[in-house]
Design a protein around this ligand. Structure first.
Ligand SMILES: *Cc1c(COP(=O)(O)O)cnc(C)c1O
Ligand code: SF4
Length: 370
């Protein structure tokens, strides 16, 4: 079932060039198509500053959504950007509408000065993860499941992410400390499922992933692997046939959980690569975060859920925003969230309706919002 990808690499960016390549991007696009759109090249040439992002999209600082705060204008980085840099692959950029400062995809990735406002209740570690780390790189909050922080790197930097404040260099199971994470597994026979998370595990090269997966598979009590990743969305060519093979061939039953918030994130490249995972027998679920100005409407979420099930991907969770410092401008009230959920239930097949949940420190599971 795994398709040959010999034709895959050249069609990636070339096919997209007719769709949208901002003039200033031509050099980049050429570089990528010349390099056959390798995902590692895509990581290297990703946009790394808000000023670059704005200028590529034809946005001036005035209409860029920074509330008219001219004191912090380009070319200097916003303060929030110094702590959590801009990182946007060109593949994702190509789906953003040029000239529209309130584009729902752009909002997810563009640093704005609102991130620097302090809001009561928005903190550095809202879900209490740092207290729940029994070994380096392991989060064991829920029964039977342990989460491995495999890396701090991501294929995109989402401005609302609770991990924006996470001390990755200390916490991730990099290099030698994967050993300590694996040792933890051997002492906990009740763990049947291991989640690969981060950061984004698919920013690791195949060799590294293979050794982590093999290390986990040696523990006979572990039955399942779950890969939490946004890479197939932001750099779809990361889903190579060798990556699929790696997960299709391990003894561990593997599930993928991707992260899409808006239907426009799903272009035909993304859907094609996700389809290859499903073809290989790997179920794919989606989680979304309810975000103001991105997907806080019935129509947008309905369209997202429909698009997902039309492509064999099941909506899993709709997360209430974690109250991380710098993300308060993304918050949608629980009342509004519940209203939207009710409308979704009325409009969609039951299996297309995600569970609306919030993560609360100290709870034994994600908490349903009711
Ligand atoms: C969310 C989460 C899981 C998985 O929870 P499910 O409800 O099974 O998806 C596991 N471990 C940690 C630390 C988590 O945050
Ligand atoms: S962990 Fe996920 S949500 Fe957070 S920045 Fe990385 S890709 Fe985005």
């Amino acid at each position: 079932m795994i398709r040959d990808e010999s034709t895959d690499q050249s069609d990636e960016i070339l096919a997209r060039r007719g769709e949208f390549v901002p003039p200033a991007l031509d050099g980049f696009a050429q570089e990528i198509s010349l390099s056959a759109a390798d995902w590692r090249v895509a990581m290297k040439v990703a946009i790394r500053s808000s000023s670059q992002l704005r200028s590529l999209l034809g946005l001036t600082p005035e209409n860029s959504g920074n509330g008219g705060d001219h004191s912090r204008e380009e070319p200097n980085l916003l303060p929030s950007e110094q702590d959590f840099p801009t990182f946007v692959p060109l593949e994702f950029l190509s789906r953003i509408r040029p000239g529209d400062p309130s584009d729902p995809l752009l909002r997810q990735v563009l640093p704005v000065s609102a991130e620097d406002l302090d809001s009561p209740g928005f903190t550095a570690d809202p879900v209490g993860d740092l207290k729940m780390m029994p070994a380096t790189g392991v989060l064991h909050k829920y029964e039977g499941r342990a989460l491995l922080i495999t890396t701090g790197a991501c294929g995109v930097h989402c401005r609302y992410c609770f991990r924006r404040e996470f001390p990755y260099t200390d916490a991730s199971a990099n290099g030698k400390s994967v050993e300590s994470a694996l040792a933890y597994l051997s002492e906990h026979e009740e763990i049947e499922e291991v989640l690969l998370s981060g950061g984004d595990p698919l920013t690791l090269v195949d060799e590294r992933l293979q050794s982590i997966v093999d290390g986990i598979a040696t523990h006979s009590h572990v039955k399942r692997l779950r890969v939490h990743t946004r890479m197939p969305i932001v750099i779809p060519q990361r889903v190579t046939s060798s990556l699929i093979k790696l997960f299709a061939e391990t003894r561990l039953v593997t599930w993928f959980v991707v992260h899409v918030n808006h239907p426009r994130e799903l272009d035909h490249h993304v859907l094609d690569h996700l389809g290859r995972l499903v073809d290989a027998g790997i179920p794919v679920l989606n989680q979304a975060v309810l975000l103001r100005g991105v997907n806080d409407s019935v129509e947008v979420l309905e369209e997202l859920c429909e698009k997902l099930i039309n492509h064999r991907i099941q909506p899993y969770y709709l997360h209430q925003l974690d109250r991380v410092r710098g993300a308060s401008h993304f918050e949608v009230s629980v009342d509004r969230g519940l209203q939207i959920m009710q409308a979704l239930r009325e409009r969609l097949p039951g299996y297309a309706v995600p569970k609306y949940v919030v993560e609360q420190a100290g709870e034994k599971s994600k908490t349903p919002v009711v």
